[in-house]
Design a protein around this ligand. Structure first.
Ligand code: FAD
Length: 178
């Protein structure tokens, strides 16, 4: 049977990080909910049994795609459909749109996120190769502030071992190439 858990959907990154910090102090089994395409079925099937779930759905600041002199910045909550439809991506990083278009069906492409794809860290994650190819880097923010930027290649390994979870909160920005 599915275990009851506490659910929060904070409205600011600061509030989300405070919740993470408090959960750490209480040693709670905490999961971040991005698009939920992996986590929700896992909870329903009792494959994971969190005591606390922190949803990022009210953090629109993590949904931005911008291009500047450093490269392309992708918010953690960008979905495959947003990659496919972004004029900036289509013009400058079409490989990302091509990878996103290969993912699942339209429902999943509308809900899934880059962050969830990276943090699931399964060998079949379709967006990861298109981030590895231009040696993209990930900026992670935790309760103790911004962590040093890391290459996607390194972060993917770490996520697979769940070293970053539940303390990580990203990628808040990713630069795909320079
Ligand atoms: C029917 C179906 C088909 C699919 N097909 C494909 C496919 O073709 N290609 C593919 O690549 N994937 C596929 N997936 C897997 C999934 O949809 C993708 O990996 C998606 O990108 C996950 O993103 P999400 O936002 O939904 O992740 P979530 O479900 O929200 O999160 C996934 C995991 O990452 C953890 N997490 C999220 N954010 C953080 C954070 N900041 N810190 C620490 N941990 C975090 C969550 O706690 C959870 O454990 C499929 C899934 C389903 C159900």
């Amino acid at each position: 049977m599915m275990k009851n858990f506490t659910y929060h959907a904070p409205q600011t990154i600061t509030a989300a990080l405070m919740l993470l910090d408090q959960a750490l102090a209480r040693s709670e089994d905490t999961y971040i909910l991005a698009g939920g395409t992996v986590l929700v079925p896992q909870i329903k099937e009792s494959l994971v049994r969190p005591s606390l779930v922190i949803s990022l759905k009210h953090l629109p600041m993590l949904k931005k795609i911008t291009l500047d002199e450093k490269g392309l910045h992708l918010g953690a909550l960008i979905t495959p459909v947003e990659l496919i439809r972004s004029p900036v991506i289509l013009e400058h990083y079409p490989v990302l749109a091509q990878a996103a278009a290969t993912m699942a069906g339209v429902q999943i492409r509308n809900m899934a996120t880059i962050e969830g794809n990276l943090c699931s860290a399964v060998p079949t994650a379709d967006l990861v190769p298109s981030l590895l190819a231009p040696d993209a880097i990930v900026q992670v923010q935790g309760p103790n502030g911004l962590r040093p930027a890391r290459r996607v290649a390194d972060r993917t390994r770490a996520c697979h071992k769940r070293k970053l979870s539940p303390l990580s909160f990203g990628p808040s920005r990713g630069y795909a190439g320079h």
